[in-house]
Design a protein around this ligand. Structure first.
Ligand SMILES: Nc1ncnc2c1ncn2[C@@H]1O[C@H](COP(=O)(O)OP(=O)(O)OP(=O)(O)O)[C@@H](O)[C@H]1O
Ligand SMILES: [Mg+2]
Length: 264
């Protein structure tokens, strides 16, 4: 039996982030991502979810933002100030909000871009084979422009492209956004499969149901702070979360609503 990993892969300690020198988006975030597993980050629009991912992946500076306080440690080392490419080389890959595939490039070209930091030709081809095995639709459409893919297929491509970097930590920003329930289910299985392969996943979602059904542990973000945290299954049963994020009203409210008294 393998011993559990003593040290989390990623640690955020009291991280504060600002945009444009004055907009405080994160107000002291502390969280851990274990070396194996899925961590969910939930919260309403503007809570700071994307900013957390940008702080980790080094993309904050693209948005005139910076980490203004706190520490981000990955694999035991401080990674503050490292650029995006350096972090990809160390094994951190991000799938950005809204997919951001290159519509005019072919699927093959999009996938190869994900491996831009790698110099191991034969190994990269092996990764490409694994990605195509996981996403048969990408093999089918290999030479076609990515812009022809449906929304769900583009999300698969975006995830496949991130996997081309052979990450140890995969950051996913709302992969279910705007997709039909059946596609969300497929994406959920893809994430499960990736995590089972030993990749740590940080999953940002507004779809709490999807995220908490996958996550070993979850954090709820509110106005740049962590309002609540706990194991995925525990959060899923939390009445506040059920009401706020799962759209399930308590029995009492449901009764009032159905009797029409709620309106008087
Ligand atoms: N480039 C930017 N410049 C200035 N402010 C920004 C920028 N990006 C985000 N913000 C602000 O930072 C805060 C957190 O935004 P962020 O995008 O991280 O939220 P989010 O939780 O990802 O929201 P959503 O669910 O809408 O994607 C918000 O108040 C937002 O307006
Ligand atoms: Mg966001």
């Amino acid at each position: 039996m393998a011993a559990p990993h003593p040290q989390p892969l990623l640690v955020l300690d009291d991280v504060e982030a600002v945009y444009g020198g004055s907009i405080l988006a994160l107000r002291g975030i502390s969280l851990n991502v274990p070396a194996n597993g899925i961590v969910a980050l939930l919260g309403a629009n503007g809570a700071g979810k994307t900013t957390v991912l940008r702080s980790i992946s080094g993309l904050l500076s693209w948005h005139r933002g910076r980490v203004s306080r706190g520490r981000i440690a990955y694999d035991g080392a401080d990674i503050a100030g490292l650029g995006g490419a350096a972090l990809v080389r160390r094994g951190i890959a991000q799938v950005m909000e809204g997919r951001r595939i290159f519509g005019e490039l072919t699927i093959e070209e999009n996938l190869r871009m994900g491996a831009f930091t790698r110099r191991d030709g034969a190994e990269t081809r092996r990764t490409l084979d694994q990605v195509l095995e996981q996403f048969p639709i990408l093999r089918e459409r290999f030479a076609q422009p990515a812009g022809y893919l449906s929304g769900g297929q583009q999300q698969m491509l975006a995830i496949g492209r991130a996997m081309m970097a052979r990450p140890r930590l995969l950051l996913l920003d709302e992969p279910s956004l705007g997709l039909a329930p059946i596609i969300v289910k497929q994406i959920r299985e893809v994430i499960r499969h990736i995590a089972a392969g030993g990749v740590s996943v940080m999953l940002v979602e507004q779809n709490a149901d999807m995220a908490l059904s996958l996550a070993d542990y979850g954090y709820i973000l509110e106005s740049g702070r962590i309002a609540l945290e706990g194991p995925g299954p525990v959060l899923k049963e939390n009445p506040m979360i059920r009401e706020l994020y799962l759209g399930i009203v308590g029995a009492q409210e449901a009764e009032i609503a159905s009797s029409g008294e709620g309106r008087r």
